[in-house]
Design a protein. Structure first.
Length: 363
């Protein structure tokens, strides 16, 4: 008698009905080594350590993640192509049936590598563009020629019909070039997103945050991007509906996703680097269901005491990782989130008073 084979989705639905807590997404941070020296990078040490996981150890990480239920992954670094074994690792993920995207600066992609990437069938290849010209982009990466290499790589990937996403970290140095960069992405046939949040160094450095926009620049950027048109959310709405998670201040890290560092630490995400265990000492299932990860995922909106009484909550995009970096407490209030929410809240109030003030995203 033949047994009907269930699809991956059906199997996941059945496991969820049984009450299993399944991490759907895994981020594999393969290395901290990078060939660029971006001024705003939150990874201060761009060198590979001798204790980074081996090829076989990464294969085991992928196996454990898939067995636990993860069906989507992101490969990131550092720079993933600094690892000579990257294709071996990615091919193993492909063999295990994982859908995955690649995050790379793309400067090490040539025609043969573009062919190899095509054969991996990634869902997307994400890369960064920090300026609309070589002068501005290379000034941020600190490596001459990086702009030309990234653009050439995007063209090679798009020629092979590989989906590409271009991202920009918006800073004082490039805030006036976002529209130009967006146009470049459009011309290349790539998706585009811009993020104005610059993180402090994960190992204690404060240098990266010196590149953040000041309050006036932040305000001008928000207005130019039409942020004032988006309504906020009131704390009272959440208090009345306790069963609805607030996705702006309670992310899915440690609940539906996790990350693995180059040295095997299992962390909620690459920003929230709170180690919940190491895969060199425990298996992934034990860590996922372990005491520390369980404690992090128990966080509720009511635990965020400062959010509950905050007058700028409706415009906030809180990050638990940033809170822990800034305050030492993942339940705390990150000052950068509050700064952004204060400025945005002011813009929204002004927009509410005069709906024509920022028509078409212009002051």
């Amino acid at each position: 008698m033949s047994v009907e084979k269930k699809s991956l989705i059906d199997s996941l639905k059945e496991r969820k009905r049984k009450g299993e807590l399944i991490p759907l997404t895994a981020t594999f941070e393969l290395t901290h080594a990078c060939n660029l020296r971006c001024c705003h990078c939150y990874l201060e040490n761009c060198q590979a350590g001798g204790d980074e996981l081996t090829t076989d150890q990464w294969r085991s990480c992928i196996d454990q993640a898939v067995d636990l239920g993860a069906y989507f992954a992101a490969f990131t670094g550092g720079e993933i192509f600094m690892r000579s074994d990257f294709l071996e690792i990615a091919r193993h993920a492909l063999k295990r049936g994982v859908f995955f995207g690649l995050q790379t600066n793309a400067t090490r992609i040539d025609e043969p590598m573009a062919d190899a990437i095509r054969d991996l069938h990634p869902t997307i290849v994400e890369t960064s563009l920090y300026g609309a010209s070589a002068q501005s982009h290379d000034g941020i990466t600190k490596v001459s020629g990086s702009f030309a290499k990234t653009i050439a790589a995007i063209e090679m990937l798009r020629k092979r019909e590989i989906k590409v996403g271009i991202k920009t970290t918006v800073m004082s140095a490039n805030r006036d070039q976002v529209r130009q960069i967006r146009k470049i992405a459009e011309d290349l046939g790539a998706a585009y997103s811009a993020d104005p949040i610059v993180m402090p160094g994960t190992f204690g450095s404060r240098e990266s945050i010196s590149y953040r926009m000041n309050d006036v620049e932040y305000r001008d950027y928000m207005i130019s991007e039409g942020w004032g048109n988006v309504p906020g959310k009131e704390v009272e709405d959440l208090v009345r509906d306790k069963d609805r998670p607030d996705r702006r201040v309670l992310c899915t890290s440690a609940k539906k996703r996790f990350a693995i560092s180059p040295r095997g630490d299992v962390i909620p995400c690459v920003i929230w680097r709170h180690s919940c265990g190491n895969l060199l000492q425990q298996d992934l299932e034990a860590i996922w269901h372990g005491e520390e990860m369980s404690r992090l995922r128990q966080m509720k909106f009511e635990d965020l005491k400062q959010c509950m009484t905050c007058d700028t909550y409706g415009s906030c995009l809180r990050c638990a990782g940033l809170a822990e970096m800034e305050t030492g407490d993942y339940l705390g209030c990150p000052s950068e989130s509050r700064r952004m929410s204060c400025i945005l809240g002011e813009i929204r109030r002004e927009y509410g008073e005069n709906e024509n003030s920022y028509e078409n995203g212009q002051p």
